[in-house]
Write a protein of this length. Structure first.
Ligand code: PLP
Length: 489
C-alpha cells in the first residue's frame, strides 16, 4: 500500500533547522517517540526514505541515517523488497495516548531562552578531541613517564592498604597534600580533617544537593553558568534560580532581591564560567555578609584556578570567610586530566560528618589505588612542577589562539586573552549567530560552543567558547583557518 501524502504531517513530524540537534537525530527521535508511545503500532509500514525526505524537505541521507539507527536499535525491521516496518516484538507502550490518530509532537523545540543545552551535555561531544572543545588537558612526556612509574610502584606495594575498604573521606596523605596546596596557592583555610576527596566537581555538587535539608531547596546559580551544575541541582529536586552575571561577576544584590531565602549559591568567583570575569571584592563581601545573616551556603567552584597567566590573582572566597559559610570545591581533573576523576571539597567543620555519610552511602569511597598514585605525585613535588610546565604551555596556546583569531577572524569576533583558565570567549560582531557558527564549524571538524545556549533567563550574548588547553600550539593556526571557512559560509 502506498503511503498517503502528508504522512509526516499526520504524525506531526517536523524538522527545525535552527535546532542544535542534527536533522537525522530529530527524525530518529520523533520516529522513536511515536513507536514508543504506540502512535506507530508494531508492524506498521514506514514510508520510504525518499518519500519521508520529500515530505520533510530534507536530504534523503538524513532519513536513511535515522532509519539505520532505528534498525540497529531494534525499533524497526527491514523486509527485503517490502520496505521498513515498526518491529512487531516491542513491549506494549505505557503511553495512554496510544491509538490516537494525531499524536502530539514528541520532540520539544530547543530555544536559547528556555536554557536548552542542545548537545552541550551530549557525552559524545564531551569526549570529542577535535579543537577547540572545552575541558581537555595535555600531559607532557615527563608527567606520562612519572605516572607510569608511580603506578608501577603502587602496584608493586599492592597490599593490605589497597585491598580492603578505605576511609570514605579519602586517604589522609592525599587530604594533607591537598590542604598544603590550597593553603599556599589559594589562601584556603583548611585542615586535612575538613577535606573530602571526591570524584570531581560533579560529585561535589551532587553531594551538596543531597546534604541540603528541607523541602524547599532553593538555590542561586549563575546566568549564564556551568550547565552541569544547574542540571545536577535540578535533577536533585532543587528550585534553581538563575541570577544574572555582569562584568563584576554574579549580581549579588539581584540574587538577594529575587531569592533572599535561598539555601545555597553555586558560584565560580575566580573565573566565572563561561564569561571569565572575576567576582569583584565588593560583591564578595556582599555575598559573604548575606550568607552569614541568612544562613545560606556559598559553594565556591574554583575550577582551573591552577592556570593563572597574569593579572591580579584574587585569593579564594573561602579564605575571606569568617563565618564558615563557604564550601570550597576543586578538581584534579583539570589540573591533571579529566579521566582521572578525583577532586576535593573543603567543608566547614559542622558539614564534614553529613558529607562523609552522604558520600559513603553513594559510593563508599574513592579508588584507593588512584588516590595512592596521586598522593605520591603530590608528595614528591611533581604536581607543583606539572602545574608550572602546563601553565607555560597553556599560556603559549592561549596566545597562539588569540593571535590566530585576531588575524583570521578579527572582522567577525572580538577577543581578549583571559588571565586564567582553559578557554576563551570570542564575542561575535553584530548580527552573527553563535549557534549557526557552531553548527557550520562542526562541518569543518572544529568544535566551538555557542555561549548563548548557556543563558537561562538573562538576555543571551552571542559568543563562541574555545578551549585552548588541549591543543598543541602548532595545531591552532590551521584549525582557525578551518574555522574561518565556516565563517565564510
Ligand atoms: C565550571 C566548571 N567546574 C568544574 C569543572 C570540572 O568538573 P569535574 O571535576 O567534574 O570534571 C568544569 C569542567 O568543565 C567546569 O567547567
Amino acid at each position: 500500500m502506498k503511503n498517503r501524502p502528508g504522512w509526516a504531517a499526520l504524525y506531526a513530524f517536523e524538522v527545525d533547522r535552527a535546532a542544535a540537534a542534527p536533522v537525522f537525530r530529530q527524525v530518529y527521535l520523533q520516529l522513536r517517540s511515536a513507536i514508543l508511545s504506540g502512535a506507530l503500532r508494531p508492524g506498521t509500514k514506514l514510508p520510504s526514505t525518499r518519500e519521508l525526505a520529500t515530505q520533510l524537505g530534507i536530504s534523503r541521507s538524513a532519513v536513511v541515517a535515522a532509519f539505520e539507527q532505528l534498525l540497529a536499535e531494534g525499533y524497526a525491521v527491514a523486509k527485503k523488497g517490502a520496505g521498513t516496518f515498526v518491529a512487531s516484538d516491542l513491549p506494549e507502550p505505557f503511553d495512554v495516548g496510544r491509538g490516537r490518530s494525531k499524536p502530539s509532537t514528541p520532540v520539544p523545540k530547543p530555544t536559547a531562552s528556555s536554557g536548552d543545552l542542545g548537545d552541550f551535555v551530549d557525552v559524545t561531544v564531551q569526549s570529542d578531541a577535535r579543537p577547540f572543545n572545552l575541558g581537555r588537558t595535555l600531559i607532557d612526556a615527563r608527567t606520562a613517564e612519572l605516572w607510569r612509574k608511580l603506578n608501577a610502584r603502587t602496584l608493586r606495594s599492592f597490599g593490605g592498604d589497597h585491598l580492603g575498604y578505605g576511609d570514605p573521606q579519602g586517604m589522609l596523605g592525599l587530604r594533607k597534600s591537598v590542604c598544603d596546596y590550597l593553603q599556599a596557592a589559594r589562601a584556603v583555610r583548611c585542615e586535612p580533617g575538613q577535606v573530602l576527596i571526591t570524584a570531581g566537581t560533579q560529585q561535589a555538587v551532587d553531594l551538596v544537593a543531597r546534604v541540603m535539608q528541607g523541602p524547599d531547596k532553593e538555590v542561586w546559580v549563575e546566568d549564564p553558568g556551568y550547565p552541569l551544575t544547574r542540571l545536577a541541582l535540578a535533577a536533585a529536586g532543587a528550585k534553581v534560580r538563575p541570577i544574572p552575571v555582569d562584568q563584576y561577576g554574579l549580581d549579588v544584590a539581584e540574587g538577594i532581591r529575587r531569592a533572599p531565602n535561598a539555601r545555597a549559591v553555586f558560584i565560580t568567583p575566580s573565573h566565572q564560567f563561561p564569561k571569565g570575569v572575576v567576582l569583584s571584592m565588593a560583591r564578595r563581601l556582599e555575598l559573604l555578609a548575606w550568607a552569614r545573616v541568612s544562613g545560606a551556603w556559598i559553594v565556591e567552584d574554583d575550577y582551573a584556578s591552577e592556570f593563572r597567566y597574569g593579572g591580579r590573582p584574587l585569593a579564594s572566597l573561602q579564605g575571606l570567610d569568617e563565618a564558615e559559610r563557604v564550601i570550597y570545591i576543586g578538581t584534579l581533573n583539570k589540573a591533571l586530566f579529566p579521566g582521572l576523576r578525583l577532586g576535593y571539597a573543603v567543608l566547614p567543620p559542622p558539614l564534614v560528618r553529613p558529607f562523609v555519610t552522604a558520600r559513603y552511602l553513594m559510593d563508599r569511597q574513592p579508588s584507593t589505588l588512584c588516590q595512592a598514585v596521586v598522593t605520591a605525585f603530590m608528595e614528591e613535588g611533581h604536581f607543583a612542577s606539572h602545574i608550572r610546565r602546563m601553565r607555560d604551555k597553556y599560556r603559549t596556546q592561549r596566545d597562539a589562539l588569540v593571535t590566530a583569531l585576531r588575524r583570521r577572524l578579527g572582522d567577525h569576533v572580538t577577543v581578549d586573552p583571559p588571565d586564567q583558565g582553559m578557554h576563551l570567549v570570542a564575542y561575535t560582531r553584530q548580527g552573527l549567530s553563535d549557534v549557526a557558527i557552531e553548527r557550520a564549524a562542526r562541518e569543518h571538524e572544529i568544535v566551538v560552543r555557542a555561549m548563548s545556549r548557556l543563558y537561562v533567563e538573562a538576555p543571551p550574548q552571542s559568543a563562541l567558547m574555545l578551549g585552548f588547553s588541549g591543543y598543541p600550539h602548532q595545531s591552532i593556526a590551521p584549525a582557525i583557518a578551518r574555522l574561518a571557512r565556516a565563517f565564510e559560509r
